[in-house]
Design a protein around this ligand. Structure first.
Ligand SMILES: [Fe+2]
Ligand SMILES: [Fe+2]
Length: 309
């Protein structure tokens, strides 16, 4: 039984992965677990009332569980009412949604790009950052919930952006294409320091306090100091600006707003890639001729329609 097939009122018996579980209290002070479950088809959440001490220690993020229960609907969203929940020894990987691409090829494409970077400072910075973070970069989603929220999502998002950057820059031959592409390559890699990884929903303390833009800027400066590169020189400064401004607007968490066309274009490509991926995910489950039941916060906070054509 797959999560995407669940319907309101249905009795279900299925296996899924605990994506996150957090302990909360009811108004009367009773402890319960807010559980988020996922399989490759979708995700569902539910509250585990009267959680026992044994369950608290056994049921953690990344554990595959066998569940029986009944599906209900709350504020327009399906949820599971648990009858039983038992840990199993099954592997988490089998239940995690994966990027719709061959990650081996994605990583080869990015590594080849790194070795082709002509500006020596940019190449050293990219090489050192990838040396340090490649494993997590390859495994992590690009976001906990919003876009590319699946295994390999960060690498996939970066590679599809790099393909777009290389194609779009043909229309603007007066831009510094390499600056744009290195900016794309590095823009989100600070997320490996910010996010909890595939499981769990809490950001790291550093991530929460500083965010992935600032965390990456710090890494760049650290590398420059170690590699004897003057990070105040203009090529490094411009690369830092690409990272610092890629969220575009102050209300979207950017450190500075884009002041050069390469940075403006990086932001546009990032936004395009993230938004189109969200539409793709919605269209995977939304039937033709129907609207989403809830407003999509990151798509202009409106409901989304899928046309009949
Ligand atoms: Fe970002
Ligand atoms: Fe991004």
């Amino acid at each position: 039984m797959e999560i995407k097939e669940f319907q309101e009122g249905q009795s279900v018996d299925f296996h899924a992965l605990i994506k996150s579980i957090s302990l909360r209290e009811t108004k009367t002070g009773k402890e319960y677990g807010a559980v988020e479950l996922t399989d490759r088809s979708g995700a569902i959440s539910g509250n585990l009332w009267d959680i026992t001490d044994k369950q608290k220690s056994e049921l953690t993020s990344g554990v595959v569980v066998h569940i029986t229960g009944v599906i209900s609907s709350y504020q327009g969203k399906l949820q599971i009412g648990f009858q039983s929940i038992q840990p199993t020894s099954e592997k988490a990987q089998e239940y995690v949604e994966a990027a719709p691409a061959d990650l081996e090829k994605v990583m080869n494409y990015l590594t080849e790009f790194i070795s082709s970077i002509e500006n020596k400072h940019w190449r050293v910075i990219a090489e050192k950052i990838f040396e340090k973070h490649e494993e997590k970069f390859r495994a992590y989603p690009a976001a906990v919930k919003v876009h590319h929220a699946y295994a390999g999502g960060l690498a996939y998002h970066t590679s599809t952006m790099l393909i777009k950057a290389q194609a779009i820059s043909k229309f603007y031959p007066w831009l510094n294409k390499e600056l744009l592409c290195v900016g794309v390559l590095l823009h989100d890699i600070g997320k490996v320091l910010e996010m909890p990884g595939l499981f769990g929903e809490n950001y790291t303390t550093e991530g929460e306090l500083l965010g992935h833009l600032e965390l990456l800027l710090e890494e760049i400066v650290e590398i420059c100091v170690r590699e004897d590169i003057n990070h105040h020189e203009e090529d490094v400064l411009l690369l830092k600006h690409m990272v610092a401004s890629h969220h575009g607007k102050l209300e979207w968490g950017t450190i500075s707003t884009p002041r050069i066309p390469e940075a403006a274009l990086l932001h546009m490509i990032d936004k395009m890639d993230a938004e189109m991926e969200q539409y793709r995910k919605i269209y995977e489950v939304l039937p033709k001729g129907e609207w989403t039941t809830s407003k999509e916060f990151f798509l202009g906070n409106t409901r989304v329609y899928r046309g009949n054509i």
